[in-house]
Design a protein around this ligand. Structure first.
Ligand code: B12
Length: 222
């Protein structure tokens, strides 16, 4: 089965807002023996990159973009196995898109990958105020708050999370992971918003959170 051809077909279904058609393409790939990871990396990812280009060229509407993003989310959910047991003991992570940010796709991907890697993930969704991140992290004893932002403007709202952690003397016990395409374009933004670390994609999020947990001095539960 040709991955490029599958990706072309998925991209067409995305811009035509054909959700059932897209789902059939993904099922065809998986039942044809393509691994879920390859479906994400070689079928979905190239389609998203093309989608981004069309968006930047203003060749698609907001509504089209929205449905295409839903299709991408459906595909991720289908491909990432979610663990129901919480036995690996990696710890709790609170995740969300920062206040004013509604780019859920990247955050959902990170959330799913962390769950699959054995983290207890508390996903607060889009447009989350700084206070809510910190309150939830204290409630579930999280060692990492993971904040996603796709825009320059919204990324700056992450500073409020940093300020709250510092003001409440939580700097050492709760680490701040930040991410989203804007951090890949401008790596210096991580320090500007007070992030303790970033990863350029969902696959790198597990390693990042493990490193940050070690920095808090917490061990993996046996
Ligand atoms: C899809 C999309 C949308 C969709 C989002 C739908 C959804 N459910 O997510 C919709 C249509 C809603 C949308 C709306 C808007 N968008 Co938009 N959007 C995009 C687009 C095309 C793709 C984003 C995306 O989903 N990428 C795919 C995901 C998988 O990648 P990702 O987010 O980078 O996430 C990965 C990594 O970054 C990392 N990661 C992500 N989060 C985290 C967190 C942590 C802790 C870690 C470790 C890692 C990590 O892992 C992820 C998976 O590998 C981008 C263009 C682009 N090329 O990026 C514009 C873009 C981000 N949007 C933009 C704009 C301006 C808007 C709007 C203001 C448009 C408007 N005029 O209304 C609104 C704003 C909405 C808001 N307030 O948030 C601009 C931002 C400009 C800027 N530099 O600030 C962009 C760059 C387009 C552009 N060039 O103009 N958008």
């Amino acid at each position: 089965m040709n991955l490029t051809e599958l990706s072309d077909r998925l991209f067409s279904a995305m811009i035509e807002a054909d959700r059932p058609g897209a789902s059939n393409i993904v099922e065809e790939a998986l039942s044809g023996g393509i691994s879920p990871r390859a479906v994400i990396a070689d079928v979905l990812d190239p389609a998203i990159v093309r989608l981004g280009k069309l968006w930047e060229e203003q060749a698609m509407s907001l509504a089209q973009n929205f449905v295409a993003s839903k299709i991408a989310e459906d595909t991720l959910l289908r491909c990432v196995p979610v663990r129901k047991d919480r036995e690996s003991g990696k710890g709790s992570v609170v995740i969300g898109n920062i206040e004013d940010d509604f780019h859920s796709l990247g955050r959902r991907a990170v959330s799913l990958f962390l769950e699959a890697a054995g983290w207890d993930v508390h996903d607060l969704g889009n447009d989350v105020p700084a206070e809510q991140f910190v309150e939830k992290a204290l409630e579930v004893d999280a060692c990492v708050i993971a904040v996603s932002a796709m825009m320059q403007t919204t990324a700056l709202n992450i500073r409020k999370v940093r300020e709250l952690l510092d003001a409440n003397d939580l700097k050492g016990s709760i680490k701040l992971a930040v991410g989203g395409a804007v951090f890949n374009w401008r790596p210096e933004l991580v320090a500007e918003v007070g992030g303790d670390g970033t990863a350029s994609n969902a696959i790198g999020a597990d390693e990042l959170c493990q490193r940050l947990r070690t920095e808090t001095g917490r061990a993996v539960q046996p």
